[in-house]
Ligand binder design. Sequence first.
Ligand code: F6R
Length: 238
Amino acid sequence: MNVIIVKDRTEGGQKGFQVFKEAYQNGAKVFGLATGSTPVTTYEELTKSNLDFSQMTSVNLDEYVGLAPDHPQSYHYFMQKHLFDQKPFAHSYVPDGLNSDAAAETARYDQVIADNPIDLQILGLGQNGHIGFNEPGTDPALGTHKVQLTESTIKANARFFDNENEVPRYAYSMGIKSIMTSKHVLLEAFGEEKADAVKAMIEGPVTTDLPASFLQNHGHVTVIIDEAAASKLSQATL
Ligand code: F6R
């Protein structure tokens, strides 16, 4: 893993943008996107830039089950607001949270990924080491699947809802297997609350207990972390 340590998430966004720009200039056509607070500064840099995505495709990692695309907390809505309204793509795929037929929706989304191999996948990192909604214990051989969110993720995401009861309990998520097929993975993590997960992801064993640790088996991973998220790394990594 190529680990880049930055001062804060603002600088992280600038570095993240550089990674996007290089991928773009090297011919990337399909961008795997994430939601959450982490990629926001990178998306801000992208929207300010003159990069044109109108011939490109985006494929998002995940979506809450049960939320309509126009629900303010849906990941569809998040992407419109933070990126697509300013930088439209030719095609943007996000799992359909309103499809209650999980088998049909996950198969459909696996086909989307198969038809649009991802050149660059941006990821955030859960405090418990999740990537996408692949929570600890998830079988890494799974493709897109329906996930029951853990208590820790529900609590962490409650800040975006009026109260914890409103946080959906299920999501559709790309699997670790799907993420591993991306040509290049860019993982960003900012803040002290991510420091334990960052350390385990980079220095710990590859284990289902810490889903992001599977990225150690991927040949092209760029990790952008701020000083707080890097604070528990050993000298050997720094
Ligand atoms: C979002 C996603 C999640 C987040 C993670 C970190 O699409 O898949 O894995 O990346 O929960 O969330 P933030 O960035 O809000 O700390």
